[in-house]
Design a binder for this molecule. Structure first.
Ligand code: ZN
Ligand code: ZN
Ligand code: FE
Length: 753
């Protein structure tokens, strides 16, 4: 009587993370007979045993699950009794159209690092992995997750590996990428002088090149990377020239957490994040100097810890504890994944190219995180995060969102899940656009999504918009900042009216002006623009984003007229007078001067007038420079005027006076940031008083500013607002696609599309 049969369905991130063998082992332990199998919609278990054993089994299922797995639901139902002789793992079948989460790539685990020193067939074997670790999304071509659907399919397991793969008590039981020295992928080193696939030589020569101040390009998990000694200024400078990358800081990898702590300030949350199986780059405050050209004068460093066996083996041979490890690409192209392209583009600018003979199927760059107010925030979502879906309360089935243009991602809707793509990049680049189109096709197939509705930005010139229009599907167009706010709402499952603050660089508004300093009352279907920064001409359009001095001139000209040339401040003294006069003519005659309310451009203006960044070497350099100057002890701020729009001319005037009076730039930067915080607070307060709405959503790239986000979030919480900020989804345009997806879903639900 006590024996019953139960059908248990587990949903979540349960494939490719050692879940079935884990289930097998606990079933064995609790004397349960039956079976476990991967279904497209989750893991299905049939369990027969004593009720008390079944209960323990289910508790263990939830509490002892593999490190990288996430359980979203466990459904238990008693079925008519079946007789099982033993517990078995049933071979995968794809009998349903639903999908289970495909696991992201997982950093090598400590047990495998141990095996690498002890197992005779895996001594120093750099492709070691087990059911708890190793490549996943980067090598998967189709579902269900089985070896023959990955790029491991060309490697035939040797008898030893096959034995481990089929031995249920082995850590590599059903580990799809299982491999060893005798049967798995191999590294190869290519240089001008030689070619070798002896791993000992590969490793020694790679280390020698880096130790000697050289540059090595290495095939990683989701693409090629370029590496050099991060303490050797000459090497880092050389790397910058090779990549044609002028100013954007490089990420670095440390040999361990102890060394990392020597060079950067790390709090508890940051340390946990650095050591997480996802192994992101974490943006930290610097403590001890690396070579100048790593961070280019910024007081922060993007740091990570080793995540591939190769990284650990390499560090054991290096005489530096830290290397630059930056995406292997030239200029704005996507990170290189093809071996041919690597030898064509990376080898000529490297002392050696280190490659291996397993194909990378899905390109995934390193992910980036930032901790603010003790909460880790995703800035770039790729390796270790993608393709984990976002669970929604809305039905987004059959919707595809095309994203924006810069830092593009796209998003597919499947039932109540949003599958946000990996970081794609700037679509204006042709190779990136190809990557975009290819990834859309692959992920539609992988996740079995056949879109019936497509959604894009209002901007007619975005390539993502053109993609949507050309698809032939019904198109929904979504305003950029509405999408920013909706993305954050989706993440926090908000479906009601909120006060939305959308601050970023650029996004087209519904009046055809360039928006970016916006206050909305909005829900998922629609928005009402409450107030925004007063419009100012953006001389030269997009060119102004690359040349902040243009915004500086636009503001000074508005305030002082042509008299601004007489201001005795470095910015004006250093202006090329003729260029500035051209800008004034453009403004007077309204030639190529779109109007903007962008907060990003306001940060540019202040950075320019302070003369700390008049030309931008990379996206958002000016605001980043300004932020890095902040004097944390300064609590003063400047004046501003609230009205139908927000006027900051008084503030600019006060900043100019401060510069003339010799006020320290750290103080000016702090006062400016504090003013922006006061503006947000004042505008939000006004809306609450009028409407009673107390939920505030802060979104858009400007909220990646650590100081700004920290202060405004705390200030609003203190005043009893419920504050929602981007956490698992980027605040920047990498989150736009998710926002578009939920807006389209809501409008479809309300039948407005
Ligand atoms: Zn492992
Ligand atoms: Zn083998
Ligand atoms: Fe944006």
């Amino acid at each position: 009587m006590d024996n019953g049969t139960y059908e248990i369905t587990v949903k979540g991130l349960v494939q490719g993370v050692g879940f079935r063998p884990f289930v097998y082992r606990i079933a064995h332990y609790y004397n349960i007979k039956g079976s476990v199998e991967n279904r497209n919609d989750g893991v299905k278990i049939f369990a027969r045993g004593k009720r008390s054993d079944i209960d323990h089994f289910i508790i263990s299922l939830k509490e002892k699950k593999p490190l990288a797995s996430t359980i979203k639901s466990v459904n238990v139902k008693q079925i008519s009794s079946k007789d099982y002789k033993k517990f078995t793992i049933v071979k995968s079948k794809s009998d349903s159209d639903e999908i289970t989460d495909v696991s992201p790539d997982i950093a090598v685990c400590p047990a495998c690092l141990g095996d690498m020193k002890e197992q005779s067939h895996r001594i120093n074997y750099p492709f070691i992995n087990c059911t708890n670790c190793g490549p996943r999304f980067s090598i998967i071509k189709d579902l269900p997750y089985d070896r023959d659907k990955t790029t491991m399919n060309v490697f035939k397991m040797c008898d030893v590996c096959a034995g481990e793969y089929s031995d249920v008590m082995d850590r590599r039981f059903h580990a799809q990428p299982v491999a060893c020295l005798n049967c798995g992928p191999r590294y190869e080193l290519i240089s001008k002088y030689e070619k070798t696939d002896s791993f000992e030589k590969v490793l020694n020569k790679t280390a020698m090149a880096i130790n000697n101040g050289g540059i090595v390009s290495v095939k990683g998990i989701g693409g090629y990377f370029m590496a050099c000694n991060a303490l050797n200024e000459k090497a880092v400078k050389q790397l910058r020239q090779s990549k044609l990358r002028e100013g954007k800081p490089f990420a670095v990898m440390f040999n361990g957490i102890e060394t990392l702590r020597e060079y950067a300030m790390v709090n508890a949350e940051e340390q946990e994040l650095l050591q997480l199986w996802r192994r992101p780059i974490v943006l930290l405050k610097s403590r001890k100097n690396l070579a100048f050209s790593v961070s280019m004068g910024f007081d922060t460093v993007g740091a990570m810890l080793p995540y591939m066996p190769f990284h650990y083996l390499l560090f054991s041979k290096l005489n530096t504890p830290v290397i630059v490890l930056t995406s292997g690409n030239i200029l704005d192209e996507p990170i290189i994944i093809s071996d041919r392209e690597a030898s064509k583009k990376l080898l000529p600018v490297s002392d050696a190219l280190v490659t291996y003979n397993r194909e990378i199927f899905n390109r995934v760059d390193d992910s980036v995180q930032l901790v603010v107010n003790n909460i880790p925030r995703v800035i770039r979502r790729s390796r270790g995060y993608v393709p984990e879906p976002v669970d929604l309360t809305l039905n987004v089935n059959g919707i595809m969102a095309c994203g924006a243009e810069l830092v593009n991602t796209f998003c597919l809707g499947k039932g109540n899940q949003a599958i946000l793509s990996q970081y794609i990049g700037d679509l204006k680049n042709w190779e990136t656009y190809e990557f975009y189109c290819e990834s859309i096709e692959r992920q539609k197939k992988l996740f079995r999504v056949d879109p019936a509705l497509i959604v894009c930005d209002l901007h007619p010139e975005y390539l993502s918009t053109k993609y949507a229009v050309d698809s032939g599907l019904p198109v929904v167009k979504v305003q950029h900042h509405h999408a920013h706010i909706a993305a954050c709402m989706a993440e926090h499952n908000l479906d009601e009216k909120v006060i939305g603050v959308g601050f970023d660089g650029i996004g087209l508004g519904d009046d055809n002006n360039i928006w970016g300093g916006e206050f909305y009352i909005c829900d998922l279907a629609d928005y009402e623009r409450v107030t925004h920064f007063s419009y100012i001409p953006m001389p030269g359009g997009d060119k102004a984003t690359l040349e902040p001095w243009r915004m500086g001139v636009a503001y000074l000209y508005r305030i002082y007229g042509s008299d601004f040339f007489k201001l005795n401040i470095p910015f004006v003294r250093n202006l090329v007078k003729k260029n500035a006069e051209d800008i004034i003519r453009m403004i007077d005659k309204n030639i190529n001067c779109p109007l903007t309310s962008s907060s990003g451009r306001l940060f540019d203006t202040v950075a320019a007038i302070l003369d700390v960044c008049t030309y931008s070497g990379f996206h958002a350099e000016a605001p980043m420079r300004l932020e890095s100057l902040i004097d944390n002890n300064c609590t003063d701020s400047y004046s501003f005027k609230m009205g139908k729009t927000i006027k900051v001319e008084v503030m600019i005037k006060e900043i100019v006076n401060d510069i003339i009076n010799g006020t320290h730039e750290g103080e000016i930067s702090a006062k400016f940031h504090n003013t922006v915080i006061s503006i947000i607070f004042a505008a939000v307060n006004e809306v609450r008083q009028r409407t009673g709405i107390s939920k505030v959503v802060l979104s858009g790239g400007t909220f990646q500013n650590r100081y700004l986000l920290q202060k405004i979030e705390n200030k609003l919480i203190k005043e009893n607002y419920q504050v929602y900020t981007p956490v698992a989804i980027p605040a920047n345009d990498g989150g736009i696609a998710l926002g578009q997806l939920v807006i389209a879903s809501k409008r479809r639900e309300l039948r407005c599309v």
